[in-house]
Design a protein around this ligand. Structure first.
Ligand SMILES: *Cc1c(COP(=O)(O)O)cnc(C)c1O
Length: 455
């Protein structure tokens, strides 16, 4: 350990060769999960007193553990929200790992933080945020939503001048919102008012206004944020952001927009008008690890006024105060609920620098076209029913006459055969199918193949 000898050199060669080979697979094997018992039998003991050696550990990973992980970047991985990191972003992830960067403070990581901020600027510009906007890359949408809501609550309490220091806060959101908002509210011990979304899962201005009109005065006092979603996870629809912004302005409360999945659509002119109003938000998030082609884990959290994020989150201690020297350095640790952090925005930055933003726009447009063409195929198939025309890149549909068990059997068989990964979802209590296209390598032919397998 801690020596660079011939063994290290051989391991470096093997690891680079493995990484390059994995990247060049087109497509990689889809693979599927295993039980812990099977894995234990096949992997054998790996952590021992004297070590099994890097080459052997790599063999165990390549032959046993890796194949027990479903390849999220496979073009027919269409469940949940898949991922499709670019070649440049994957390669640079190796560089970030090799560089031992602490990216929490300007003092320690100024070069990395500068580059991350360039990438955040690209995202902020997509949303039309002002020049003063800024934020930080956190692990994912869950961490981003929590951190934004903590800043929102901080501002609410600050403005109340002590009156609300012990008041339980209240978040207004909709039934289409991602589960992470409820999770944040539990972590913050706050309440959530869930406004019913329309039949397609979208939050409408009228429903929001009606819900607000029905609130008691003491409850209205407790509201510190409205959370809107641009690209709901299940249906991929966008809330009426302008109407949400009007309400937030009227109530003088924080507007947060969750674009973890759908925020990437801001880069696509064909759907950009659907996002009007996002430029009025106080904060928003987008996960580049979802639809902006970065490796896990990477969520961009942007504040309109980063100073609020900083005041809400900065940790103070004898051993940390040296970081807050002159006050104008950008310390990413100060803008979210974390301290130590990997420079997880760098692979995204490197990829943006490598390819240019136009290729991002094209790649997002490609996935939108494939999803929309796929929806037309579904619509034309006698055995399938489209649940709604896709707004972004999620297609929801039912296989007529199937029970939940039939959906699950089909899904299991598809995965085990290595053909595709499409899990059942639910819509208004009914088991349905849902595919989410974020991989520019996914083709209409891939969707046609899945449709055929449902006959
Ligand atoms: C995926 C998703 C999240 C959670 O993001 P993670 O990166 O998985 O933590 C939050 N909101 C929406 C709308 C999402 O699609």
């Amino acid at each position: 350990m801690h020596v660079h000898d011939e063994t290290t050199a051989r391991l470096a060669e093997a690891i680079l060769a493995y990484s390059v080979q994995r990247m060049q697979m087109d497509p990689p094997p889809l693979d599927h999960g295993s039980t812990a018992r099977e894995l234990a039998d096949r992997a054998g003991p790996t952590i021992t007193a004297t070590g099994i050696g890097g080459l052997e550990a790599l063999r165990v990973f390549a032959e046993v553990l890796g194949p027990a992980c479903i390849s999220v970047d496979h073009p027919r991985f269409l469940s949940f929200v898949p991922a499709a990191p670019t070649e440049a972003s994957i390669l640079f992830d190796l560089v970030v790992g090799a560089s031992s960067i602490f990216a929490g403070s300007w003092l320690e990581g100024s070069g990395a933080v500068y580059a991350e901020n360039e990438a955040l600027r690209y995202v902020a510009d997509l949303a039309g945020f002002p020049a003063a906007a800024g934020g930080v890359f956190v692990s994912g949408g869950t961490a981003g939503n929590l951190s934004a809501l903590i800043a929102a609550r901080w501002r609410w309490r600050q403005r109340a001048g002590g009156r609300h220091d012990r008041t339980r806060g209240l978040i207004i959101t909709s039934s289409g919102t991602h589960s992470s908002v409820a999770s944040a509210s539990r972590a913050m011990d706050a309440d959530v008012l869930v406004v019913p979304a329309d039949e397609q899962g979208r939050l409408h201005t009228e429903a929001l206004d009606a819900a607000i009109a029905g609130m008691s005065a003491p409850d209205l006092e407790r509201v510190f944020a409205i959370v809107a979603t641009c690209g709901t996870t299940n249906a991929g629809v966008i809330d009426h952001l302008d109407g949400v912004a009007d309400a937030a302005e009227r109530l003088r409360i924080w507007m947060h927009v969750d674009g973890a999945y759908g925020g990437a659509g801001l880069a696509a002119p064909s759907v950009r008008p659907l996002y009007i109003g996002i430029e009025r938000a106080d904060s928003f998030i987008v996960d580049p690890h979802k639809w902006l082609f970065a490796p896990f884990d990477c969520c961009a959290l942007i504040y309109r006024d980063p100073e609020i994020g900083r005041l809400a989150h900065t940790q103070h201690a004898e051993y940390l105060d040296v970081l807050h020297g002159s006050g104008d350095e950008w310390n990413p640790s100060d803008f979210a609920h974390h301290l130590s952090r990997r420079a997880r925005g760098l692979p995204f930055w490197f990829s943006l620098a490598t390819y240019g933003t136009e290729q991002y726009t094209e790649a997002v447009e490609t996935t939108l076209q494939v999803a929309h063409a796929g929806a037309e195929l579904v619509d034309a198939a006698a055995h399938l029913e489209l649940i709604m025309r896709p707004e972004l890149s999620v297609v929801m549909f039912r296989r007529t006459g199937w029970s939940p068990a039939q959906y699950q059997d089909w899904s299991d068989r598809l995965l085990l055969s290595g053909a595709a990964f499409v899990t059942p979802s639910a819509w208004n209590g009914e088991t349905i199918l849902r595919i989410c296209v974020v991989n520019p390598r996914t083709t209409v032919g891939d969707i046609a193949m899945i449709i055929e397998s449902l006959a």
